[in-house]
Design a protein around this ligand. Structure first.
Ligand code: GH3
Ligand code: MG
Ligand code: MG
Ligand code: MG
Length: 307
């Protein structure tokens, strides 16, 4: 992995000396230098830096000020900073560590010690980076349905709670479409469970295509999906559902599913109304409307107001 280091010191002599040691140790792909805090901050904001070596005493912006600036910015906060100081007072060292420094080296520095401390920080940083990445992967995994790769029910419920609150706060409408595939058992019977799985993957993709960026589709259950439409009035949601119903019906499957026709029954509900004042109300009404669509003969969109 290529790593970048930044040396900040107002003395060019010190910078050159440190750069030479770092070069010898061959730990970094690129070694950047800055003579003052402003130059350093500019560089940090436009270049990915993995470690900072920073002088404490500099004119205008000193090491403490720079530490403060680095920890105030979310994108810089995790970069380890090793302070370079001429003094050995304990108080000063404590203050540096308190203010966010990862370590310190006293000048004139011992090259062996400097490199050893640099290595420790690189190790910690790369472990932290790995941890962050695997946390992100886990989070994504916990929100994703493994078969269709769209959001799962858990994510949907979390988001819906937020969307209900947002609609409440902003005085807008939130619509959902409950979607249940018609006679899906027959698909499994005819094409096998694997064939059924393939159909579900295709249906998820069809449902996701053409959505606005803030709309999202989730797998609610086996062959049930929910489409969430923030800031969408009931009439508009009915139109969007109807468009999706047509798209599903006219989809031509290929490969082993060639010739298959799937249809879906949908129920549309919108928050808030006199009888939909909470998230459970919204889901119940969408579900009820979907069942009325089934009862009325399937392959249709029913509104919460429709008997
Ligand atoms: P309808 O909704 O029109 O009343 O009929 P249906 O046949 O779809 O009825 P139901 O909801 O009772 O059955 C859904 C079927 O979907 C049952 C189950 O075998 C199938 N199913 C659910 N999850 C999966 C899955 O992950 N893969 C496959 N292949 N089939 C699934
Ligand atoms: Mg100095
Ligand atoms: Mg079902
Ligand atoms: Mg079904």
């Amino acid at each position: 992995m290529s790593k970048n280091v930044l040396i900040i010191d107002d003395s060019e002599n010190v910078r050159t000396q440190i750069a030479r040691e770092l070069q010898k140790a061959d730990l970094f792909e690129r070694i950047f230098q800055a003579g003052d805090g402003i130059e350093a901050l500019k560089l940090l904001l436009k270049t990915p830096i993995d470690l900072v070596l920073c002088d404490l005493e500099m004119p205008r912006i000193d090491g403490f000020k720079l530490l403060g600036m680095i920890s105030a910015r979310k994108e810089l906060r995790d970069i380890p900073v090793i302070m370079l100081t001429g003094h050995g007072h304990s108080e000063l060292k404590i203050k540096m560590l308190d203010q966010g420094a990862s370590d310190y080296v006293t000048k004139p520095f011992n090259p062996g010690e400097l490199i050893a401390r640099v290595k420790v920080q690189i190790k910690i940083k790369s472990l932290q980076d790995e941890l962050k990445k695997s946390n992100e992967r886990l989070k994504q995994l916990s929100n994703t349905d493994p078969l269709t790769l769209i959001y799962n029910r858990r994510y949907m419920m979390n988001m819906l709670e937020k969307e209900v609150q947002r609609a409440e706060r902003k005085g807008t409408h939130l619509s959902i479409v409950m979607i249940d595939i018609d006679h899906f058992k027959r698909v499994n019977d005819k094409y096998g469970h694997q064939g059924g799985d393939k159909a579900l993957v295709a249906l998820a993709a069809i449902s996701q295509a053409g959505l606005r960026s803030y709309d999202f589709i989730a797998r609610y259950g086996g062959e049930e999906f929910v489409l969430t439409l923030p800031e969408t009035a009931h009439e508009d949601a009915l139109m969007i559902a109807e468009r999706l119903r047509t798209r599903i019906q006219s989809h031509s499957y290929t490969g082993t599913l060639k010739g298959l026709i799937t249809t879906a029954s949908m129920g549309v509900a919108t928050y808030p109304t006199d009888f939909i004042t909470s998230l459970p109300d919204l889901i119940r009404e969408a579900d009820d409307a979907m069942y009325r669509a089934k009862a009325a003969g399937r392959n249709r969109v029913f509104s919460m107001n429709q008997e």
